[in-house]
Structure formats: structure tokens, C-alpha cells
Write a protein that binds this ligand. Structure first.
Ligand code: PLP
Ligand code: COI
Length: 339
């Protein structure tokens, strides 16, 4: 393991690692997996990813467990979602087996960067696919580059597992109705930068978007899904404009395992007055508890965490999820790939 890194104090940033892996789609087929030590890519100046945003990505994590083994969380789900994103913007879907092989290889090659058990940190795995052939007309590329970089990370929000505040700002939409919100395309993140920075300037961790059509229902929560606990029920928005989060899906399964009712449905802004707990859930965010939700247009403040602590159900779900990934409890659903 790398001796230099301060594992317990990592932020969610980029730290160079030893290798990345790459694979090209050319002449109608995916080629051999290449291992690279370069942090750079050589692109044609007319590549479609540069001009027309033909770019998709994924995010998943590997953990060093109590038994010293490395576990990668639900990589098949990320493989499938990458394929959906690819189909969404007419890119070449990568076969699931290739995805698995490359993720495992990237982790194995950078094994010394998988943070130690107990540090609270993990190895973030970032797969990315680019349209690389030259095209000036607005058309999909014929050639693609898929690659994976890994980097050790700590918590996404500075507060870690402590409540953080978020806000509603109706002047911004992350995506359009019937747009690209359900896919992990780079353009969605470009479109969210202004809103995100505005929220940060005002002291909030993230924007709680409303549905882009009616502005009536809760939608995506910055780079994460939104979940809440209301009268003991796990509620999370049903929406075509949010990314189907693998963390949210896992937490919903764990909630059901615990006998907690789960509802995926429209949630109105007014309902925020009646929720007992809330969190931003995602690979980077894990389950970041929400303290207060401020509606900046109406001036209403919804205080979710009355005592400044994460809620009991959020805490139980968070701890159970972590325990599975760290090999502390049985992986009943077969979510981890041990490398
Ligand atoms: N929503 C957005 C916009 C995201 O970027 C992410 C992160 O991947 C999520 C939700 C959470 O998805 P997951 O739990 O699969 O990481
Ligand atoms: C993730 O949670 O993996 C994300 O992709 C969110 C963000 C860092 C873009």
C-alpha cells in the first residue's frame, strides 16, 4: 500500500495512480485491452466528443475489507447503465464482460492505491467512453475509446456523514423533460455547473432540482438521487429525468430487507414539511444526510435534522451498506466482486 498518502484525510479529488486501461472500437469491433501509464489522451481535433459532447461515464468504488480482500461494488449494474447511456446518445455499447475485465484489471494494477480498511476512504473507479472519429456534421462517431482511471477518494461533501444543507432554485434545470437526464452523459454535468456553483456560493452543498416540466416534484439532488424517510417509509422520486442510482437501488433493497416500506413516487415540495430524514445518495455521496432544505424562491426552510445528526434509519442503511462493502457482514445479494 502507498505509504505517502494520508488515507484518513482524502477529499474527493484526483490523485495520480500507476495505470489506466483503454480499449478502442474501430472497424466495427472492440480491440484488445491496453494498459497505459500516461495521464493523457491523444484526440483528433474533430472528434465528436470534443464538438458534440459524445461522452458518457460511470462511477463505482472498490473497498479494502476487514479480511484484507478488495471488493468492487455492483460493477454489473454500472456496465448495464453505461450501455444504456451509450444507446441514449448513439455511441457503441461496451460488452458487459469487457467492462468487468477492464474494471478488475484497473483495480488490480493499482492495488497499492486501494485505501486501507478502517480509513473510510475507497478507490473511485471512473470509466469513460468518447466518440473519437472526425466528424463535422452533427452525427455519431464511428470509432470510440473506452478507458478507466482510478483514484483514491474520501467523502464527496466536506461534512462527510454529517448533515449538510441543500437548496431549491427554480431558475435552473439540470436537464430537459424527455432529455438526457436518465443517462450519465457529460453534458448533463456541464449543464449543472452554474446552478451548483451558485448553490455553493450561498453555502449549500447541492441543488435539489424540481422536475423540469412542471416544477412541482422533487427530482435529482446535485450529483446524487434524493431519498427521504416519511412516517417510517423510504420515499424517493419517480422521474424520467434522474439517473437511476445504483446506490439508491441498493439502499431500497436494504430498506426492504429491514422491513421498511419503499415508495418510488412523485414527491411534492410541500411534502418536505413532513419528512423525518433525508439524504443525497450516490456512489460519491454514499448517503449524505440532509440537515435543512431551503426553498430560495418561497423563502421556506425545511429543517430535516432537528438535532444536527443524521436520522436513525439513514444511519442504519448507511452502516449496513458500508458493512457489506467492507466484508463485515454477509453479502446476501451478491453485490461485491472480490479481486
Ligand atoms: N445522480 C447523478 C446525477 C449522479 O451523477 C450520480 C452519480 O453517479 C447519481 C445520481 C448516483 O448514482 P450511483 O448511485 O449509481 O452512483
Ligand atoms: C458518482 O457518484 O459516481 C458520480 O459520478 C457523481 C459525481 C462525482 C459526478
Amino acid at each position: 500500500m502507498d505509504k505517502e498518502l494520508d488515507w484518513g484525510n482524502l477529499s474527493f479529488g484526483y490523485i495520480p495512480t500507476d495505470y489506466n486501461v483503454r480499449c478502442y472500437f474501430r472497424d466495427g469491433k472492440w480491440g484488445e485491452i491496453e494498459v497505459s501509464q500516461s495521464e493523457e489522451v491523444n484526440l483528433h481535433i474533430a472528434a465528436t466528443c470534443l464538438h458534440y459532447g459524445q461522452e458518457i461515464f460511470e462511477g463505482l468504488k472498490a473497498f479494502r475489507g476487514k479480511d484484507g480482500k478488495i471488493r468492487i461494488f455492483r460493477l454489473e449494474e454500472n456496465a448495464r447503465r453505461l450501455q444504456e447511456s451509450a444507446k441514449g446518445i448513439l455511441m457503441e455499447p461496451l460488452p458487459e464482460e469487457k467492462f468487468r475485465e477492464m474494471v478488475v484489471k484497473a483495480v488490480e494494477l493499482n492495488e497499492r492505491f486501494v485505501p486501507p480498511y478502517g480509513s473510510g476512504a475507497s478507490l473511485y473507479i471512473r470509466p469513460i467512453e468518447l466518440g473519437i472519429s472526425a466528424q463535422v456534421g452533427v452525427k455519431p462517431a464511428k470509432e470510440y475509446l473506452f478507458m478507466i482511471l482510478v483514484t483514491p477518494v474520501g467523502p464527496y461533501f466536506k461534512t462527510g456523514f454529517k448533515p449538510t444543507n441543500i437548496c431549491i432554485m427554480r431558475q435552473y434545470d439540470r436537464v430537459a423533460p424527455n432529455g438526457t437526464g436518465m443517462w450519465k452523459v457529460g453534458g448533463n454535468y456541464a449543464a449543472s455547473l452554474t446552478a451548483g456553483e451558485h448553490a455553493h456560493e450561498l453555502g449549500y452543498s447541492a441543488v435539489l432540482y424540481l422536475d423540469p416540466k412542471e416544477k412541482k416534484y422533487l427530482d435529482e439532488c446535485g450529483p446524487a438521487n434524493f431519498m427521504a424517510i416519511k412516517n417510517g417509509v423510504y420515499i424517493t422520486p419517480a422521474s424520467d429525468s434522474i439517473l437511476p442510482s445504483i446506490t439508491n437501488k441498493s439502499l431500497m433493497q436494504l430498506a426492504e430487507d429491514m422491513g421498511i416500506k419503499v415508495e418510488r413516487r412523485h414527491i411534492t415540495v410541500d411534502e418536505l414539511a413532513d419528512i423525518d430524514e433525508a439524504a443525497a445518495v450516490g456512489t460519491a455521496a454514499v448517503a449524505s444526510p440532509v440537515g435543512e432544505i431551503d426553498d430560495l424562491d418561497t423563502g421556506k426552510k425545511y429543517v430535516v435534522s432537528k438535532n444536527g445528526e443524521p436520522g436513525p434509519i439513514t444511519t442504519r442503511l448507511y452502516e449496513t451498506l458500508n458493512a457489506i462493502r467492507l466484508g463485515e457482514i454477509e453479502d446476501r445479494h451478491g453485490w461485491c466482486t472480490i479481486v
